[in-house]
Ligand binder design. Sequence first.
Ligand code: ADP
Ligand code: MG
Length: 736
Amino acid sequence: MSTLETPLKKELGDRTANALGKAFGMESVGDLLRHYPRRYVVRGELSDIAELAELPEGEEATVLAEISAVNLRRASGRTILEVVVTDGSAKLWLTFFNQPWREKELRVGRTGMFAGKIGSFNGKRQLSHPDYQLIPDGNDVDEAVAGFAGKFLPVYPSASKLPSWKVAQCVEIVLDGLEELPEHMTKELLKDLGYPDYTRAIREIHQPTSLDAAALARERLTFDEALLLQLLLAQRRAEYRTHSAISRRILPDGLVSKLESLLPFTLTDGQREVSKEIELDMQASYPMHRLLQGEVGSGKTVVALRAMLTVVDSGGQSVLLAPTEVLAQQHYKTIVKLLGPLAEAGTLDGSTDGTQVVLLTGSMSASAKREALAKIASGDAGIVIGTHALLSTGVEFKDLGLVVVDEQHRFGVEQRDALRSKAKVPPHVLVMTATPIPRTVAMTIFGDLEISTLRQLPSGRIPISTHVVPVLEKPHFLDRAWQRIKEEVAKGHQAYIVAPRITEGESEPEGMTDQDREIAKLLDAAADAETKVPMTSVEELAPRLATGPLKGLKIAPLHGRQSIELKEATMSAFAQGEIDVLVATTVIEVGVDVPNASMMVIMDGDRFGVSQLHQLRGRVGRGNVPGLCLLVSAVAEDSLAMERLNAVAGTLDGFELSRIDLDQRSEGDVLGKAQSGVRSHLRLLKVLRDEPLIEKARTVAIGIISLDPHLEKMPELARAVQALRQEEASTYMDKG
Ligand code: ADP
Ligand code: MG
């Protein structure tokens, strides 16, 4: 009898086991049993061949079909056996070269499963180099083949040499010799949820007695994945509570109340609510772990500042970690400006009851760095702002009480932890992200964090309007766009023009993360089919506009390959209104805040992800002037890319857009790097599709952990969660 751990070699022999190992990385019986069928074909019901028309060429397909014609011919010295199979209406061509003997078994009227890569020849859909398995006729026991016993034939993800039915045969052999499997859920839990036990679920998903039973089995196995993950996250949240942190309270007449009286605006209800949540978190004797997600422009910075000052009020230090130099500098300026006199403690004529704000970035001179480091170490710097330079070993805090991470999606959990380790007592942690993500995605990626959401924009903000400029159909619209920029500038406003590339002919837009690259691959695949227009570059566009359509305006380029000094000088000149039009790459994507900028033109809008476009346009319409964003694109009016652009133009709801964005990515991309360990555990679970299941799993997990934090009453479940934890930990190590 075999268990999940039994090596496949023992059950299937070396040859087959090696093939499975090579194709799918399987080693054990458990690996094979977790290779779940994609769907089922019903014996006697032929597959819908017309559906194949929707699959891209090159995709592996398996169909159950009947042979309707066979033709053997000779051409240029080879034999060509052409077989036509049908589902009764649509047809599919199979071609075999130099295998004339197959004519004997491939007889008209027989049904079988046929698998191969989808291709087309002379406009006909065909499977090239197909594999097949004929279904035994009627009750012909002699011909009965393993894998074809049931009424529902599983269709597995296949590989060449390992078509679906070979996998099915292997599964059948393994299932025949399988022991009762360990059950990690309790009987009560299974009963409450109405799920079959594990052994039953595994058998039903591979060899269903009915399609309903298969669906329920699949749900249970999917739920398992969600449950283990949510248990791990709930345990982690519970663990955070066992750490002790310094409780940080707002002083009655301290910096927080001074800031509030200095602010040029009143906080929105949302800002107040979220601030209250943070305030309560930081009063606790265990560390806060909170995610603040908010729409672009919803005013997260001031919420973060209030939290940072709470810690300064109580004698500690706060650090704000930004993903880029430009952003760190900008945060620094914004915060110094918001604090006004409160940021001048220790300076000649500054007030004595304020604090000091210190910037630390990699590009600073050695002496400036030394000075910053000294203030950080002495505790004079109540607020420290910087890039990943803050993570280096030379940085020591006197009393680090709060870590704020801006734009979390660019940082991994490791970086969060690296900063955290600089505190003597675990600090409070606030993670901010401007990319709104659906609730269940947040629960999965940031599931160990409490979540606060800012949906509301400060009132008085006039919503930005977005339009697509389809230059393929309406080239003259582009001239109108430049004209609009001139009009805005004439009114005293400023504009951004965003281009995907720095230099002409470059292979890749700038500042790409791995995740961006994956998305770009997808977009490119779509774009290439639709347009051959080369991407616009900053270096080509800026001078062309300056001498052409935007002649007379003050135009400056901005991109990541410029020196920090130049970037910095350009940004501050733009902020001061000395530059009318900034022609930039996505370096301006996150956080940049120039309220006087009222217009943005995004060139080759189809080259950007939906959420990225939403982020970009968030740079305009931040003051009291109405914002305008034009998405220029040369893709066809009826293309998918155009559909995406229209979606961005059609809504300002970042949550909705992120859903569209995520829909187009694979699960791995959705979860990002931070969860790569967890990712390999998710075989069935899809964070967007399975929202109700994830919600349910979270509720169940929280219930379990609140009664039994160490899962002492559920040892099997404890073991499974522990295994997941180790898997996750080892993935982090691999990356280190
Ligand atoms: P984000 O959430 O995108 O980081 P910011 O914190 O940069 O947004 O805020 C966007 C702009 O809104 C800034 O100019 C900020 O000063 C302003 N702002 C923030 N809160 C308010 C408010 N309650 N009322 C008016 N303006 C506000
Ligand atoms: Mg921001």
